[in-house]
Design a binder for this molecule. Structure first.
Ligand SMILES: Cc1cc2nc3c(=O)[nH]c(=O)nc-3n(C[C@H](O)[C@H](O)[C@H](O)COP(=O)(O)OP(=O)(O)OC[C@H]3O[C@@H](n4cnc5c(N)ncnc54)[C@H](O)[C@@H]3O)c2cc1C
Length: 493
């Protein structure tokens, strides 16, 4: 039995903890928030819901017959995570309010020392950072924004004490959150003004209420849930393949998306305003049946000018037009490329993770970084998906990490071989170069253009490549005080 510190109790942390607890390891989860859930605890904005059907955006070993819709809302997803954290004994391993500031590998005894904001430390054999890619909200940098006298908040920090009824609401950004928010507040607010910098491609969302009969059937015949999961998996994999490997299919999807948007916009002027200027797929494709109809309302406006100034009561765009606002919603996304940059992580020989990642975060299979022994990242670099369920990726990682923790001898330190990580990363970047994500700026890329968020293939490929922890990819430092030096793990496990 090894001791493992998991940082974070979102889908990733819970997935890793379940797997490790089941294998009999001594797991402690450190979560800075007051509850499990991660993004599903934080994002409570009106209309918050997943954009991958819940039958697939859930653990394969814990299918739920209880989803009320094809795409469950935030509260249901949070309940699902709570239920599973309870069912698999994760809750009693979590320390809430534990904000990790620093983690250092102690080479004298091959253990991680993890330090919290209150200065206390915990030690463990393994470290599993599971801090998410979308957990640090980014506010719009509005010139004069601090002088605004109304309310303003990020979509992920929705202020429920603010009633938008009868108010003039400015929504900055047109990402996944904004397109869920706008239809929910349109008609309730006096006006909604959407400040659009880049228009997203939209596709229909096959969302509908699931009946009680469906729940009963799914409970009695679990094959129904398995079939639904397979169906959505097949559809999202097909969509991914179309975006990456089949230019003709990608173009056909793009034509379909534009046709759908034109049909929904009805008005040529509105369609011209919201027509994307980039190839479909290079930014996140969004699914909504209600966003464009909301834009058609007389009290909803789309503004494409750059925001030049904000004063106490209004936003002025670079065309000189000043529009009144009572509330500003920053739908401006997250510091996705930051990964672990809010935690100081130190490995062997003085290695500092932020310095190792100056050209952008990278890790073998998205999990292992040279010079950081016994550390495995969940939802690490290049493990996000353009479409498909992140939860499916997290399950692969949790299984791989469990195998690693099982395999590494007590007290030993296993580090991915630098040449293995380099060959892996070279291969990955070669596939990404010239691919659809390299064609426009998005949160998938660093400023220098390196795609650090996304996995370039199908989930199926990632599952295959992570199915077995191959000890030959790692160097192991034997348990101290055994003789120093490194030996291959192969043959010792
Ligand atoms: C609004 C929204 C909708 C989404 N919808 C989908 C979807 O439909 N399908 C999909 O596949 N993906 C979706 N995603 C992506 C989502 O990020 C992943 O699916 C998944 O939930 C990530 O889980 P996580 O545990 O890795 O990260 P998070 O959910 O971000 O959890 C990370 C946890 O770590 C904690 N933490 C961070 N730093 C520290 C620290 N220093 N010390 C202690 N604790 C710390 C945080 O408090 C948080 O609880 C969505 C994301 C958002 C924001």
């Amino acid at each position: 039995m090894s001791s493992v510190i998991v940082i974070g109790a979102g889908f990733s942390g819970v997935a890793a903890a379940i797997e490790l607890i089941r294998a009999g390891h001594d797991v402690t989860v450190l979560e800075r928030g007051p509850e499990v859930g991660g993004v599903w605890r934080e994002n409570t904005y009106p209309g918050a819901a997943c954009d991958v059907p819940s039958a697939y955006y859930s653990f394969s070993y814990a299918p739920s017959p209880h989803w009320s819709r094809v795409y469950a809302g935030q509260a249901e997803i949070l309940d699902y995570l709570r239920d599973n954290a309870d069912r698999f004994g994760v809750y009693r391993r979590i320390r809430f309010g534990a904000d990790v500031r620093r983690a250092e590998f102690d080479e004298t005894d091959n253990r991680w020392i993890t330090t919290l904001d209150d200065g206390t430390s915990v030690t463990s054999d393994f470290l599993v950072p599971a801090v998410g890619q979308l957990s640090t909200p980014v506010l719009a940098d509005l010139p004069g924004g601090e002088s605004f006298a109304g309310e303003q908040f990020h979509s992920a920090q929705w202020d429920h004490t603010v009633d938008v009824t009868g108010k003039h609401v400015a929504v900055i950004g047109t990402g996944a959150s904004s397109i869920q928010i706008v239809p929910k507040i349109a008609g309730r607010a006096a006006s909604v003004t959407v400040y659009q910098r880049s228009a997203p491609h939209l596709l229909p969302r096959p969302d509908f209420r699931l009946t009680r009969a469906h729940a009963v059937l799914a409970r009695r015949a679990p094959v129904v849930l398995r079939a639904q999961r397979r169906l959505w998996q097949g559809i999202t994999e097909g969509f991914t393949a179309a975006l990456h490997d089949a230019p003709r299919a990608r173009e056909a999807v793009e034509r379909f998306s534009l046709g759908f948007m034109r049909l929904q916009a009805r008005d040529a002027g509105l369609f011209a305003t919201i027509k994307p200027d980039h190839d479909l797929g290079c930014k996140r494709v969004l699914f909504s049946n209600t966003y464009i109809p909301a834009l058609r309302r007389p009290d909803v406006h789309v503004v494409t000018g750059m925001i030049a100034a904000v004063d106490t009561a209004a936003i002025t765009t670079d065309d000189g037009r000043r529009r009144h606002a009572d509330v500003i919603v920053h739908g401006t996304g997250f510091a996705a490329g930051g990964f672990l940059d809010h935690v100081e992580v130190r490995g062997t020989g003085g290695a500092v993770l932020s310095e190792a990642w100056t050209d952008g975060p990278r890790a073998y299979l998205g999990m292992s970084v040279p010079r950081f022994p016994n550390m495995f990242l969940m939802y690490g670099p290049n493990t996000n998906l353009g479409s498909g369920s992140i939860v499916a990726m997290l399950e692969c990682q949790a299984g791989y990490i469990r195998q690693a923790v099982d395999a590494v001898p007590d007290g030993a330190a296993a580090t991915v071989r630098p040449e293995v990580e380099t060959a892996y990363d070279d291969g990955l970047q070669a596939r990404l170069e010239g691919g659809v994500w390299s064609r426009c700026d998005s949160w998938y890329r660093t400023e220098a253009g390196r795609v650090v968020s996304n996995w370039p293939g199908l989930v199926r490929e990632y599952r295959r490549r992570t199915a077995t922890f191959d000890a030959r990819d790692y160097d192991v430092r034997p348990p101290l005080p055994a003789p120093s030096g490194t030996v291959g793990l192969a043959g010792t496990v």
